[in-house]
Design a protein around this ligand. Structure first.
Ligand SMILES: Nc1ncnc2c1ncn2[C@@H]1O[C@H](COP(=O)(O)OP(=O)(O)O)[C@@H](O)[C@H]1O
Ligand SMILES: O=P(O)(O)OC[C@H]1O[C@](O)(COP(=O)(O)O)[C@@H](O)[C@@H]1O
Ligand SMILES: [Mg+2]
Length: 497
């Protein structure tokens, strides 16, 4: 395999490209430079536009549960590195502010009026995040006013609020969905901020995916424009695990686990029939992470199809040829298809998956098959979250409310390389995370299924080149105007290995 030549001047060209096409966020970025190429992509703080705000001692220091903690509070200078793999001469690169409780807070418990809203599609763990926000605010900070907004963003101006107490949310983590309800579709930012003002809400926790976080970012801008003391905090949610920068989204583990049940059923059905094919359709309109991880976890899958990896049906090296070969070799097979995979092909030419058209396959291959199609799409996201997601959701909720109490606003919270961090909205909304099919993880899938990659050598080389270009263009501008240096081994894609 051809190795790529080391790039000669990636940093200079990246800086020049950025200068030519300044991103719409350039003015809003809060970047701080340090030694050896260190960059902090900081999040806004209420004091950015309300410099005189008073502070108070953090009530956590009097909490008996925390009395044994060696260091109660996160050092104000602590940051979390975005890139964990470095070389001897690497620039230190991008960092985010470390999440956690601060020594001084900007809200007194009695003054806090918090609101929680869930938006977008469902995801296991939504109720756990709600529960832990409520209990955390009550138990750690002595807050006693928390309301839920029903029905997503629109609920701010079309519904009454519901009072949330530790008692009312006590068991909700054992249920799927969201007790608050959710919605897609548009919303009116001005009306939402009017509602925050009218109700005296000064901390708002917004749980949702990329669309929701973009909405939260605009809400934050409006809150700031009006000069309100209101912390706007995003908690990222996506069943597809397609949010950039963060390690993993909550509910993803649960979804992959639930998908195993469908794959097992498909395997049993396929094994029991002559030339049995079990097809499982999983969520993932744009990103194939659920299909990829469910395939790797199962070991019963013969072929995994995801939106990021193009494939073709007929002819040499096509899917049908592979299916025929695998059936001849082992008498049955399991195919996992992410819903966005080969959309054009499936719609236009085959109806292989959607109509269970067994005659079609027979016509094409002269080969009798028994096809069983399982569609657990909504089942994998409607379940309650598993133990590991419950713990994850608890930490997310705690990190979120520590940030709000400490006066940060206009940020989202998530683990980056295992440590929770406060991330500016633009970093998680500017780009969707996708499976990189030139990374080792996808190779692991191909190895485990032994399926062809359905790509020519030339396609693979072109993709590698495109990835390389993208990674080196991922640069940024410091507050003093100088370009922050992207390190020579910047891999640019969160979660990639
Ligand atoms: N680009 C956007 N800018 C501002 N708000 C948005 C944007 N996209 C979606 N929203 C708001 O966020 C809500 C949820 O978005 P949606 O894309 O449906 O789900 P998700 O947050 O899971 O991606 C929508 O109801 C809409 O009001
Ligand atoms: O039917 P709905 O509610 O639009 O949801 C389906 C879609 O939402 C997704 O699950 C992604 O949503 P999130 O990333 O916001 O969780 C897609 O995979 C799927 O196509
Ligand atoms: Mg979305």
């Amino acid at each position: 395999m051809k190795l790529l030549e080391p790039r000669k001047e990636p940093l200079a060209s990246a800086a020049a490209a950025a200068a030519k096409a300044p991103c719409k966020w350039a003015m809003k970025k809060k970047l701080v430079g340090g030694d050896a190429g260190y960059v902090l992509e900081d999040v806004p703080h209420l004091t950015d536009y309300m410099p005189e705000l008073p502070t108070y001692p953090n009530p956590l220091q009097d909490n008996p549960a925390y009395s044994v903690v060696k260091q109660y509070f996160v050092n104000t200078d602590d940051t979390v590195t975005q890139k964990i793999v470095v070389r001897k001469n690497s620039a230190r690169g991008t960092h985010f502010r470390r999440a956690g409780p601060r020594q001084r807070v900007y809200f007194q418990p009695d003054d806090v009026n918090a609101a929680i809203v869930t938006c977008g599609g469902l995801c296991p763990g939504l109720n756990t995040v709600i529960r832990e926000l409520v209990c955390g605010l009550y138990d750690m900070y002595g807050v006693t006013s928390v309301v839920g907004i029903e029905g997503g963003y629109k609920g701010f101006y079309s519904r009454n609020t519901v009072t949330l107490t530790p008692k009312s949310v006590n068991d909700i983590h054992k249920r799927g969905g969201t007790i608050l309800g959710t919605s897609r579709g548009g919303h009116d930012t001005a009306k939402i901020v009017d509602s925050l003002q009218d109700r005296g809400i000064n901390q708002v926790y917004i749980i949702g995916g990329d669309g929701t976080q973009q909405g939260a970012s605009v809400i934050y801008e409006e809150v700031r424009r009006r000069g309100l003391k209101c912390a706007v905090v995003g908690v990222p949610k996506t069943i597809d695990n397609d949010i950039a920068v963060i390690d993993k989204s909550f509910g993803f583990d649960t979804a992959v686990e639930e998908a195993q049940r469908a794959i097992n059923a498909a395997h049993v059905e396929a094994e029991s029939a002559e030339n049995g094919i079990g097809v499982v359709k999983l969520m993932g309109r744009n990103s194939g992470f659920i299909a990829m991880y469910a395939t790797l976890a199962s070991r019963d899958v013969d072929c995994c199809l995801i939106p990021e990896s193009p494939f073709y049906l007929e002819g040499k090296g096509g899917l049908l040829e592979f299916v025929e070969k695998r059936l001849k070799d082992s008498g049955h097979m399991v195919i996992v298809v992410a819903e966005g995979a080969g959309q054009d092909l499936i719609a236009q030419s085959m109806n292989f998956v959607d109509t269970q058209d067994q005659d079609h396959f027979k016509k094409k291959t002269n080969f009798p098959i028994t096809l069983k199609y399982i569609d657990p799409t909504y089942m994998i996201r409607a379940v309650r979250s598993n133990a590991s997601d419950n713990v994850y959701c608890t930490l997310l909720a705690h990190s979120a409310l520590h940030g709000a109490m400490a006066g940060y606003s206009g940020f989202t919270v998530a683990p980056v390389n295992g440590r929770h961090a406060y991330i500016p909205f633009y970093r998680i909304t500017e780009k969707q995370n996708k499976v990189v099919i030139t990374d080792r993880m996808w190779a692991r899938v191909l190895c485990s299924t032994n399926q062809p990659c359905f790509l020519s050598h030339e396609d693979v080389e072109n993709m590698k080149h495109d990835d390389d270009e993208r990674h080196h263009l991922h640069n940024t501008q410091l507050l003093d105007g100088s370009p922050a240096k992207c390190s020579p081994n910047c891999n640019g894609s969160a979660g990639a290995e």
